[in-house]
Design a protein around this ligand. Structure first.
Ligand code: DGT
Ligand code: CA
Ligand code: CA
Ligand code: ZN
Length: 585
């Protein structure tokens, strides 16, 4: 059983336990599921090497969960899960996609109305049955219908952060096979889109049959859709399809280029080829037309193809037809306004949004600091929630002063241990309805980094919402606008806000806009590009609530690259002093 399948079952166990209002346990299962989802090494390998003991060493796993994982690995089943599922036999993964519908609500809908899946839910909502149910009402019925529409609109696509570890596992195993020279993942995965339709593996090998046979028999495979000589297609257990193509070395660059896409980028390249009397296909760049194909000019690498087309190499994240073709042509011709020098993976030095167990995070400040050191960060800002967000135990004036003192003490401790991490004092301060801040300026002015966030009243009309946020940005103590549009991928739509106005005010006031690397992916690429063009600086933050979440910064960098951002555009790619001196005074 692969990591994703194990994680899925553990998530569901957590949700079932929450239905029964069991304390603490649900969170423990959810945490372990998150950890397993982001592991690069298959749990099966860990188990094979070190047995139950090694499984227990996975973060958050105690003996009882370790034994359940062992049962899953050995039998592919979990009795405990089956018992829980028998009591409430619903399609949990489908129903919990609906924003605002939690395990307890799902249980009630099953008991009162027999709702088992999304189709049942839609029928009941449309018939007005949910609005009449105690604890629901017409407003939640309307929200459920909205949520169903939203879930349908992204149906069949997967968040890159949740499928990437599994894709990498497959890639690494393919790389380890005999007779394999190269393994790449092309398509939207290589372009780092925020959601992935299917994974497109490319393998260079002279022995395609062996690779094909291995691919269709992998443990992740649920169903074989096609098993050919050089092309296969499977459905994985996590629901996503994966394609595999095996190619000879001489067309590697051409194939990689073709299967990376995007389709519209490919079409533009072909048209440039035709204008030069050439033909571009997945086999290479040739003289002549498709009907009368001549000599091969380029094909081994992507670089040589772009060069033969009179262009400079374009990074995959930019291949979306947002001006990259023209920029590349200009650059190759020595004209201004060429391609950006994209920020690189690994160039982030600090993280400016982190929650701890002072509010809704799992770990202490010290544990987050230790994890940050392990991940090679030079600085982190502790930005716990503020008092209006009561359900997170948000900080009031008194507690945040206490936290500031603790951070001073921790920084001293790090220094005496000769550890080079600086912990900054910060806040994720709530923006109230009128745009004022949840903590007084006398407190905010004492902090190193103040982030401002909307966590309430998502439904204000655009004019009001924009004015509310603009007022917060005009506060001289507010440095960063956190998750500017409030969206959560596949969960919550952005609130109505005039982003052109926000970008304009950001420029005017020197407010940083956040690229949130969690499943918010907010700002999206299009807005990042606008910020770059306007000269508005951004920060890439993990928004970590647990010590194992810094790895998500990678997805924030991907998003920044899709928005053409350079190192100069991202303040936490800079050393701490330079970063701090850029913030509002
Ligand atoms: P996805 O899977 O929906 O997230 O998006 P992609 O971009 O991975 O699309 P996919 O898997 O259908 O195809 C992979 C790449 O193969 C695509 O980016 C470009 C190339 N490709 C596929 N079909 C066509 C086509 O009909 N024409 C051209 N020019 N390229 C194609
Ligand atoms: Ca694809
Ligand atoms: Ca595909
Ligand atoms: Zn938040």
């Amino acid at each position: 059983m692969d990591n994703n399948s194990i994680a899925k079952i553990l998530y569901e166990v957590g949700e079932y336990l929450e239905m029964q209002e069991v304390p603490f346990k649900p969170r423990a299962y959810e945490k372990v599921a998150q950890v397993i989802e982001s592991l690069e090494e298959p749990v099966l390998e860990i188990y094979k090497k070190g047995g139950l003991k090694a499984v227990e060493e996975i973060q958050g796993v105690g003996l009882s969960i370790a034994e359940k994982i062992e049962e899953l690995l050995k039998t592919g089943k979990l009795k405990y899960y089956d018992q829980l599922k028998k009591k409430t036999p619903v399609n949990l993964s489908e129903l919990s996609k609906i924003e605002g519908l939690g395990p307890k609500g799902i249980k009630k809908l099953y008991q009162k109305l027999g709702i088992k899946d999304m189709a049942d839910l839609e029928k009941a909502a449309k018939a007005g049955k949910i609005g009449k149910l105690a604890g629901f009402g017409p407003k939640s019925e309307e929200n459920i219908l909205k949520g169903i529409g939203f879930a349908k609109s992204f149906g069949g696509r997967f968040l890159i952060g949740s499928v990437m570890p599994g894709i990498r596992q497959i890639q690494n195993r393919l790389r380890g096979l005999n007779n394999v020279k190269r393994v790449e993942v092309a398509g939207s995965t290589r372009r780092r889109k925020e959601t992935i339709g299917d994974a497109d593996f490319l393998v260079i090998s002279d022995k395609p049959k062996e690779i094909m046979d291995y691919f269709v028999a992998m443990p992740e495979v649920l169903k074989v859709l096609a098993h050919g000589d050089t092309k296969s297609s499977v459905k994985l257990r996590n629901g996503m399809n994966a394609d595999l193509r095996v190619l000879p070395e001489e067309s590697y660059g051409a194939a990689l280029n073709y299967f990376t896409g995007s389709k519209t980028h490919n079409v533009a390249l072909r048209q440039i080829a035709i204008k030069k009397g050439l033909t571009l296909s997945e086999y290479g760049l040739f003289k002549g037309t498709a009907e009368k194909r001549g000599k091969l000019i380029a094909g081994k690498t992507e670089e040589e193809i772009y060069e033969a087309l009179g262009m400079d190499y374009i990074e995959p994240e930019m291949r979306e037809m947002t001006g990259e073709i023209e920029a590349s042509l200009r650059q190759a011709q020595g004209k201004p306004n060429g391609l950006p020098k994209l920020i690189k993976y690994g160039e982030i030095k600090g993280d400016l949004q982190i929650q701890t167990n002072w509010t809704d995070g799992e770990n202490s400040i010290e544990e987050m600091a230790e994890a940050a050191i392990k991940d090679g960060l030079e600085y982190i800002a502790i930005t716990d929630h503020t008092k209006r967000l009561a359900m997170t135990n948000g900080l009031d004036e008194k507690r945040i002063l206490k936290q500031m003192a603790e951070i001073d003490a921790l920084n001293l401790k790090l220094k005496t241990k000769n550890l080079k991490l600086r912990i900054l004092k910060g806040s994720e301060c709530d923006i109230l309805k009128d745009g004022s801040m949840d903590l007084p300026d006398s407190i905010l002015s004492k902090l190193d980094v103040v982030g401002a966030s909307v966590h309430s009243l998502f439904n204000l009309p655009q004019k009001e919402q924009t004015a509310r946020i603009v007022r917060a940005m005009r506060n001289p103590n507010v440095d960063i606008l956190f998750h500017p549009t409030g969206r959560i991928l596949q969960r919550r739509e952005p609130y109505a806000v005039d982003m052109d106005e926000i970008i304009k005010v950001a420029k005017e006031t020197g407010t940083i806009l956040e690229i949130n690397a969690s499943e918010r992916a907010d700002l999206k690429d299009e807005y990042i590009k606008k910020c770059v063009e306007a000269g508005v600086k951004m920060a890439i933050d993990s928004d970590s609530h647990t010590a194992n979440h810094f790895s998500s910064i990678e997805y924030g960098i991907a998003q920044a690259r899709r928005g053409w951002a350079e190192k100069k555009d991202i303040i936490n790619a800079w050393p701490v002093e330079k970063m701090l001196s850029f913030l509002k005074k």
